[in-house]
Design a binder for this molecule. Structure first.
Ligand SMILES: *[C@@H]1O[C@H](CO)[C@@H](O)[C@H](O)[C@H]1NC(C)=O
Ligand SMILES: *[C@@H]1O[C@H](CO)[C@@H](O)[C@H](O)[C@H]1NC(C)=O
Ligand SMILES: *[C@@H]1O[C@H](CO)[C@@H](O)[C@H](O)[C@H]1NC(C)=O
Ligand SMILES: *[C@@H]1O[C@H](CO)[C@@H](O)[C@H](O)[C@H]1NC(C)=O
Ligand SMILES: *[C@@H]1O[C@H](CO)[C@@H](O)[C@H](O)[C@H]1NC(C)=O
Ligand SMILES: *[C@@H]1O[C@H](CO)[C@@H](O)[C@H](O)[C@H]1NC(C)=O
Ligand SMILES: *[C@@H]1O[C@H](CO)[C@@H](O)[C@H](O)[C@H]1NC(C)=O
Ligand SMILES: *[C@@H]1O[C@H](CO)[C@@H](O)[C@H](O)[C@H]1NC(C)=O
Ligand SMILES: *[C@@H]1O[C@H](CO)[C@@H](O)[C@H](O)[C@H]1NC(C)=O
Length: 489
């Protein structure tokens, strides 16, 4: 009995004395007890990025990380400027990295990290810990649900049709095959002002660690798989239940456990908000918003099978008729534009038809008139503005009479609701992409457009002028929705 125990003690002593060896291209988590602690870097013929992320919050000490790739065996503050000693500075997210050449030996030394845990990654393919340029996409919220998407990661592989066999997607289209090895993404959502969240490092390991022990944290409870929302490419789609009404939330998506995308902000709506989120419609892939459609199960949104059949039939019939008309020209042979094709026209028309056919419900404190064009007045946006944007123009709202639906192929909704109108640019996109003989026309900004569209948000609203609108987009990263259409700038 004595011998094995002695061996165990010896083994432990050896582990404490020798530097822990870091492994290339692998995340490793540590908790430091003494300061400094040192770790050996793996040698590599390529430069390696040494990155660290804090996994827990420590209010009394500021940990510091130093890397040596020269003769200094315990690099510290006094060795900086010696040439082969570098400090890893942590950013606002509490992560950071340096890239060095480790020919023979390298050391990572950690100071002041007592009783906190941190994650280290050494990689020859760029820093494992980093903040991504792209952000997740907030699609829409109800009182206690949200629909979100990861950043796009894989462009769709739909081959464009060509003459003489120019076949456009069917009205009830199917997606091309999904990417076979999509990147791993997790979604983290927290109440913006929860104190546990406010002090938490914005890192993958901190989010993962807190998801189980801080009540306000929710990982994706129900990922709906991959979705091809638009030409940006495939994304992960999340439909999350269990949020608290009228609460500001912050969301991050974490790629491959350590790369952070975000934040984006959004707010949940009041308990009186009655419209469910409609999403997952292959023939209207860009739709993912609250709409005046009844549903039986409040825990789910409304997907293709639950849409009223009159609505679906009418939309698909309109799209088929349009496609038939479009293909009366020899698509792919008789070019009507050097820039756009019949396939672009059909896609833009599909997007327009879907958005104008299915009104988007909104919730605002005090919509002033039955319809508005963008004006630089400020108004309180209840359930939308999670964070003050630079400008707060009044969104394009229209009060809707429940018994008198905007689209006659939708049955009356149970409640009156406020609609946020489609952006005029959704119409202009179809106008620009389609051959003139089809006679597709948008209302003029200075006359009637404001009755059915949001005007002046994305583009100025002056005829023929692209860009220069008040907000530059229909929606933004802070959860504001001014008109229904083109997303985040
Ligand atoms: C994810 O990260 C691990 C290291 O933690 C790496 O080995 C792997 O290649 C990464 N996967 C992708 C798809 O980037
Ligand atoms: C340490 O890394 C830096 C940056 O890559 C490099 O310039 C330097 O030559 C390296 N030092 C040694 C001793 O390899
Ligand atoms: C035309 O293309 C479609 C889809 O790309 C294909 O299913 C069909 O077999 C093709 N027809 C001919 C005659 O090549
Ligand atoms: C559309 O296509 C899907 C799958 O191909 C099918 O299940 C669905 O019934 C179709 N919908 C309509 C309205 O034809
Ligand atoms: C996309 O298409 C190319 C060639 O057609 C193919 O090599 C590639 O594997 C495809 N990618 C996906 C994600 O399907
Ligand atoms: C499509 O065309 C058919 C036949 O002309 C017509 O009966 C139907 O009403 C049209 N659909 C729509 C939505 O206009
Ligand atoms: C959400 O954030 C907005 C803007 O910062 C603020 O006006 C509003 O009071 C917040 N709402 C809640 C419920 O905290
Ligand atoms: C709402 O629509 C119903 C049915 O069309 C109509 O009788 C009623 O007057 C409308 N109410 C308002 C306030 O417009
Ligand atoms: C909708 O509003 C109209 C006019 O304000 C009102 O007469 C009607 O009762 C309301 N309907 C519902 C379902 O609340």
């Amino acid at each position: 009995m004595l011998l094995p125990r002695t061996l165990l003690c010896l083994a432990q002593a050896w582990l404490v004395l020798a530097d822990t060896q870091l492994v290339l291209n692998q995340l490793q988590t540590f908790s430091a007890t003494t300061s400094p602690l040192t770790y050996s870097l793996p040698a590599s013929s390529d430069p390696v990025s040494v990155s660290v992320a804090l996994c827990s919050y420590q209010k009394s000490t500021t940990p510091r990380f130093f890397v040596s790739n020269g003769s200094v065996t315990t690099p510290g503050p006094d060795d900086l400027g010696e040439g082969d000693v570098f400090e890893i500075e942590l950013d606002d997210y509490s992560l950071g990295s340096v890239t060095v050449q480790v020919a023979s030996a390298g050391v990572l030394a950690v100071y002041n990290a007592a009783d906190m845990s941190f994650e280290v990654g050494v990689s020859d393919e760029g820093p494992l810990h980093q903040v991504l340029d792209e952000v997740p996409l907030f699609s829409d919220s109800t009182a206690n649900q949200v629909l979100m998407f990861s950043p796009p990661f894989s462009p769709s592989n739909m081959s464009s049709p060509s003459y003489p066999n120019y076949t456009l997607p069917a009205a009830n289209q199917t997606f091309p095959p999904e990417p076979t090895s999509p990147p791993d993404y997790s979604l983290f959502i927290a109440a913006t002002t929860s104190s546990a969240f406010m002090t938490l490092p914005r890192t993958g390991c901190a989010f993962r660690g807190s998801a189980s022990n801080v009540g306000q944290f929710l990982t994706s409870s129900r990922s709906e798989g991959l979705w091809l929302r638009d030409t940006d490419g495939w994304r992960w789609q999340w439909f999350v239940n269990g949020l608290v009404p009228m609460t500001n939330y912050t969301a991050y998506a974490v790629k491959n456990e350590s790369q952070v995308a975000g934040p984006v902000y959004f707010a949940t709506k009041s308990p009186a908000f009655a419209c469910p989120i409609v999403y997952g419609i292959p023939f209207c892939p860009s739709i993912g918003y609250a709409a005046p459609v009844g549903n039986n199960d409040p825990g789910t949104g409304v997907s293709a099978g639950e849409l009223p059949s009159a609505f679906t039939e009418n939309l698909l019939s309109g799209l088929s008729n349009f496609t038939t008309m479009l293909t009366t020209i020899a698509c792919g042979r008789d070019l009507y534009s050097p820039l756009v094709t019949c396939a672009d026209c059909q896609a833009a028309y599909r997007n327009w038809l879907c958005i104008v056919s299915l009104p988007r419900c909104a919730e605002y404190a005090s919509p002033t008139s039955s319809s508005t064009t963008a004006a630089s007045s400020t108004s309180t946006m209840l359930g939308q503005g999670a964070q003050e944007p630079l400008i707060t123009p009044t969104p394009a709202l229209a009060m809707q009479n429940a018994s008198n639906p905007r689209n006659p192929s939708l049955p009356p909704f149970a409640e009156n609701y406020t609609a946020v109108l489609p952006c005029l640019e959704v119409c202009h996109a179809a106008d620009r992409a389609c051959p003139p003989f089809l006679g597709f026309q948008c209302p003029l900004p200075q006359y009637t457009a404001g009755q059915s569209y949001g005007v002046g948000f994305v583009d100025t609203g002056e005829e023929g002028v692209v860009g220069g609108g008040l907000t530059g987009a229909g929606t933004d990263q802070w959860g504001n929705v001014w008109c229904n259409g083109p997303g985040v700038v």
